[in-house]
Design a protein around this ligand. Structure first.
Ligand code: ZN
Length: 633
């Protein structure tokens, strides 16, 4: 005899995502509205003869004849019995298994739960009657009317009113034979100051929360205008109601969500009701909590695509982030609906949008939904300070993990393009800054790890490059620092510096836009008097070049040539300039190679050029070090 009820077995069958389940054993490809195909997990094959029906949750292989339902699939792949397969799936999809009633304790528990469900159902009906009552419900009805919600839609969501006074539901339930203990168990009442039982919800509009079968499991309750206490009060956690396990309106959205292939997620109860009223019946809501993992799974059971109409505030973003984490595993497509002033910070509630622009405005917002990753990238770009080099570095830092998490895809290419255009950098450069340098950091760490302790101590690095042993700078910062050092050296050595600068392909050599612009101006300027150019510099450029001049003279002083004519110091500075110039060229070439690698073109030529440059760089560095040592003895 089975120990679990057939009802709970069917609930597991309903809740399981068969595509996800099978996908962990073989790659599936959609082959029709009710068919996915892939290589058979039960026999070796090269062309797929294995198919599944995702709705009925059945599989069949034309090759080896393996076939069955989701339970046999788990039994066969995990090599376990039916009971274990059922328990494993119940656990995975968050279903409570009910034992067969031959256990007297289990039978008693079930009877008790049925009474609790009945109590919640009666309470719901009681609240509905209160809302319809001519006098008692008048102000609540006025409030709901003002929100644009009609009677019909309120009735289908069973919206009600918990009346004023302290014990309306307590008295009504007692009359129907429910005990104080049962009232407390479902969170409808609690002991008041004097010990007497009092209603949890008073003078509040009630929104019944239902499970996926439509049974009332608790309430969300909104305060009436002018009332006291928290704006929203929910049922407390109980044996029936588990916070964060359900979605508001899921039982009413199921059919529409399946038909549309998508489900819309809102924050507020009235948003959900307004959406249904406007014809968007595939809408569900959070139930006063941040989005939880079970809720994300519940969304996935409704439809493969989730459109999130959540507040753009940090709580809403946090909810979306959590959703994204779970969505990956649940194979959900997550899109974000931006409501109100596209791209603006100020967002509106779905109900606001419907009131001001009607269903048409909402349809447009839905059509303009963007993938969640794009939303995150856009948010970082919008909130970041793109006007300064350090601001852009921070933006790149924030974007790096986002882009790194994306597989090669059209979306990734699109996002890199978006970042490049906002930062005014080339796509190849953005790719390099976002991804390429991680390898660089690893290489630098590896080098440091390999070098015997103390071996780096005697070896001074040329000016401007990062001294070994310090924490590695972010790629963009390192590049910027090298570029700055080069310009400072150019300014410290007017004739040679001018030559070095003019020999450089400025557009490729500089990653930092401000430094690139400065280099462009300096190429055409008299480096002996760089602050007076025509057309005149703007304030920001002037400040930058003044800073570079100061850095240049500090380098010159360090090299022992406070006077520009001091010959040995000057020779050293020239050697450093050459090192610095070659370093920029090398970095630019590395970026070109990195970009070429993704197109698999022109690598050989670039690699040859790199070899040549690297040799020149090493020689220049040798010379610089020799000069350095000569000076120090
Ligand atoms: Zn097979």
């Amino acid at each position: 005899m089975a120990i679990y009820t057939s009802e709970s077995r069917e609930r597991v069958r309903e809740a399981a995502d068969f595509v996800e389940l099978v996908s962990s054993h073989t790659d599936l490809r959609r082959a029709g509205p009710t068919r996915y195909e892939g290589l058979c997990p039960f026999h070796e094959e090269r062309t797929p003869s294995f198919g599944i029906d995702p709705q009925r949750k059945l599989y069949h292989c034309f090759g080896c004849g393996a076939s069955g339902d989701l339970f046999t699939f788990v039994q066969e792949t995990e090599k376990i019995g039916f009971r274990e397969a059922l328990e494993l799936l119940a656990e995975r999809y968050g279903i409570d298994l009910e034992r067969e009633a031959d256990d007297p304790r289990a039978l008693e528990l079930r009877r008790r739960r049925e009474r609790l469900y009945a109590l919640l159902e009666r309470a719901c009906a009681f609240y509905e009657r209160c809302l319809r009552h001519p006098q008692v419900g008048a102000s609540a009805r006025a409030y709901l009317r003002e929100r644009g919600l009609g009677e019909e839609i309120l009735a289908s969501f069973r919206v009600g009113l918990a009346p004023e006074g302290g014990d309306a539901i307590v008295r009504a339930a007692s009359r129907e034979g429910f005990s104080a203990q049962e009232l407390r168990a479902v969170g409808l009442a609690s002991a008041g100051p004097g010990g007497a039982l009092q209603d949890r919800f008073r003078a509040r509009i009630t929104f019944p929360l239902a499970d996926e079968r439509g049974r009332v499991i608790g309430f969300g309750a909104r305060i009436l205008p002018g009332g006291q206490g928290p704006k929203y009060l929910n049922s407390s956690e109980s044996e029936i109601y588990h916070k964060g396990a359900h979605l508001y309106g899921a039982h009413l959205a199921r059919v529409a969500a399946a038909r549309e292939g998508s489900v819309i997620l809102c924050e507020g109860y009235t948003d959900v009701i307004a959406m249904h009223q406007a014809g968007f019946a595939n809408t569900v809501g959070l139930m006063g909590t941040a989005l939880t993992e079970p809720q994300v799974r519940a969304l996935g059971r409704l439809a493969p695509r989730v459109l999130m109409a959540l507040d753009a505030d940090s709580a809403g973003q946090g909810a979306m982030l959590r959703a994204a984490k779970v969505a990956g595993a649940a194979r959900l497509q997550l899109d974000v609906i931006r409501l109100g002033g596209g791209g603006q910070e100020a967002s509106e509630d779905p109900a606001d949008v419907l009131r001001s622009g009607g269903a048409q405005a909402m349809s447009q917002a839905l059509a303009a939904a963007i993938p969640f990753m794009r939303f995150r990238v856009e948010t970082v770009l919008e909130r970041g300070d793109l006007s300064s080099a350090s601001g852009r570095d921070r933006v790149l830092e924030a974007l790096r993990p986002l882009i790194a998490a994306l597989p090669a895809s059209a979306l990734r290419i699109e996002l890199v393009g978006l970042i490049a255009s906002r930062l005014q950098l080339s796509g190849a450069l953005v790719e390099h800054l976002l991804a390429g340098e991680r390898g660089g950091d690893r290489a630098a760490r590896a080098r440091r790890a390999q070098a015997p302790a103390g071996s780096g101590a005697g070896r001074r690095e040329p000016a401007g490059t990062e001294a070994g042993g310090r924490a590695p700078l972010p790629a963009a910062r390192r590049a910027e620092r090298a570029e700055r050092a080069f310009l400072a050296l150019c300014l410290a050595l007017p004739p040679e510096g001018g030559e070095a600068l003019r020999s450089l392909a400025v557009e490729e050599a500089f990653t930092d836009a401000d430094l690139r612009a400065a280099a462009r101006r300096l190429q055409a300027a008299d480096l002996a008097d760089p602050l007076h150019m025509s057309p005149p510099l703007d304030r920001e450029q002037e400040a930058l070049i003044a800073a570079l001049l100061a850095e240049g003279s500090a380098l010159a002083a360090a090299a022992g040539c406070a006077q520009q004519e001091a010959s040995s110091g000057r020779t050293l500075l020239c050697a450093q300039l050459e090192v610095q110039r070659l370093q920029l060229e090398l970095a630019a070439l590395d970026r070109a190679i990195h970009a070429a690698r993704s197109h698999r073109a022109g690598i050989a030529q670039l690699a040859a050029r790199r070899l040549e440059l690297k040799r020149a760089f090493d020689e220049a560095q040798e010379r610089a070090l020799e000069g350095d040592l000569a000076l120090s003895v």
